[in-house]
Design a binder for this molecule. Sequence first.
Ligand SMILES: Nc1ncnc2c1ncn2[C@@H]1O[C@H](COP(=O)(O)OP(=O)(O)OP(=O)(O)O)[C@@H](O)[C@H]1O
Ligand SMILES: [Mg+2]
Length: 243
Amino acid sequence: MPPAAVMKAADVSSSDALFIVPFARDDSFVGREDTIAKISERKAAASIHTRVALVGLGGVGKSQIAIEYAYRIQTAEPHVLVVWIHASNPTRFRQGYRDLADKLLLPGREDAKTDVLQLVHAWLSDKRNGPWLMILDNVDDDGVFFGDDQDSTGTGAVQADHGRPLESSLPQATHGTVLITSRNNVAATNLVGGHGDVVQVEPMGEDEALAVTTAPHQGAIWRLQLSRRQGACPCARAYASCH
Ligand SMILES: Nc1ncnc2c1ncn2[C@@H]1O[C@H](COP(=O)(O)OP(=O)(O)OP(=O)(O)O)[C@@H](O)[C@H]1O
Ligand SMILES: [Mg+2]
């Protein structure tokens, strides 16, 4: 009989997969249907690995779209593993892979000599483990995935991938989709490469913005945000024009 860890990894593709998103679904989410449709269309059209990047100003709503998309995938395709990884710097990305290895109970993950990035890469690359969606949030620095990964913590595992760009930890699997959020067009374009599209996220149109400002629970939050960073958030112009 195989060890429990192997059973767990093999089971993932045959039942509801893991859903690792550290945010609740926002009941007040409105609009952005065109952007979500672009992600879905790109994924549906691809016969190879897919990457889509959402690019726009801080506060414009990129992460909210990614959260909403993740929950829609969970509902429509519960067999798809969904994992959210903060990717603002190499340490957080590495921690995301470590957490995923733990959640998947990947054998060997606790061995000091194991390269966890490689371990997760190999698991995600194996089609038998099922389809997956990886959200890389806050890819604002091009150096995170294309630098020489100097952000080490001194462990054996980190030494093992010293000098290798973190981009090589992202499997280019046909059964995998990477959704990126970024304020940086260059970082997003480089990471998407030839695998997909960069989708610009603009401030919301007037109708969508009005729906946000009148949605339950949202009015007070928006008024606070607007007073802090008018011009950057999704509905700033529309809100300002009607208040
Ligand atoms: N479609 C939406 N419906 C309702 N509220 C929204 C929507 N989009 C954004 N918001 C509100 O705007 C806030 C900021 O959005 P979000 O965090 O997605 O911005 P961002 O583009 O990811 O910014 P950053 O670049 O700083 O990460 C959210 O916390 C939410 O309150
Ligand atoms: Mg964000």
